[in-house]
Design a binder for this molecule. Structure first.
Ligand code: ADP
Ligand code: MG
Length: 205
């Protein structure tokens, strides 16, 4: 079972990974965007850490709803509302239970990923965060481990390199978006990898 502490570790491990990889995320957002993805998420997840420390939410769902709300209110770019919706909708789907099963979490995360697709109007293959999130959530709903989800997300992020961007800023570049890894798919792979770190009991170094 996954308890509130697990979800707090997940958010902390994500914040640590985003902080460590901020320069790389921003560098990826440079040729096909406006070079702010790393700093956007760094600011957002720092605010999430502050909010979680201040409010001490008591259930898994409340952790994710608070984290998502904070991302929406602190990240100006497209990724703030999208990641915020992902976490808020996943948290709402978890309801008020004090702990949740792996299967409950997988289905809740699918609700969150579906909400991102609805909000952004994107589908897998459009060179967005969904290219990492959708394969990861498919692995989890099929009963796969967090390690399997991480591998699926990493493969999905790398698969964005030859894609033509159809959504977001990168789509303005048309054919010139080809040949670059999508920054949002890359940060989504970090979010998924953080599940395994949280399960291991750690929160990242
Ligand atoms: P902005 O594009 O506003 O500068 P960020 O740089 O923080 O925002 O985030 C860019 C990332 O957001 C992209 O790499 C992509 O993965 C994701 N993204 C942009 N638009 C969409 C969309 N409509 N649906 C899903 N993801 C999107
Ligand atoms: Mg950007």
């Amino acid at each position: 079972m996954l308890d509130t502490e697990f979800f707090l570790r997940w958010m902390r491990a994500t914040a640590t990974a985003v902080d460590r990889e901020a320069d790389r995320l921003t560098a990826l957002d440079s040729p096909i965007g406006d070079a702010d993805h790393g700093s956007n998420l760094q600011r957002g997840f720092l605010a999430v850490q502050d909010a979680l420390a201040a409010e001490a939410p008591e259930t898994p769902g409340a952790v994710l709803v608070l984290a998502g709300s904070r991302l929406i209110s602190t990240v100006g770019g497209a990724s703030g509302p999208l990641y915020g919706t992902l976490l808020r909708r996943t948290g709402k789907a978890l309801g008020g239970a004090p702990e949740v099963s792996d299967a409950d979490f997988a289905h809740a995360l699918r609700t969150g990923v579906d909400a991102v697709a609805t909000l952004g109007g994107a589908a897998p293959g459009d060179k967005t965060m969904l290219d990492a999130l959708v394969p990861a959530v498919e692995a989890l709903t099929q009963g796969g481990t967090f390690a399997a989800a991480r591998a699926a997300a990493d493969t999905g992020a790398q698969a964005t390199i030859p894609m033509l961007a159809r959504k977001g800023r990168a789509s303005y570049l048309g054919e010139r978006s080809i040949g670059h890894q999508d920054p949002g798919a890359t940060s989504s792979a970090l979010l998924i990898a953080a599940l395994g770190i949280a399960q291991g009991g750690g929160a990242g170094e």
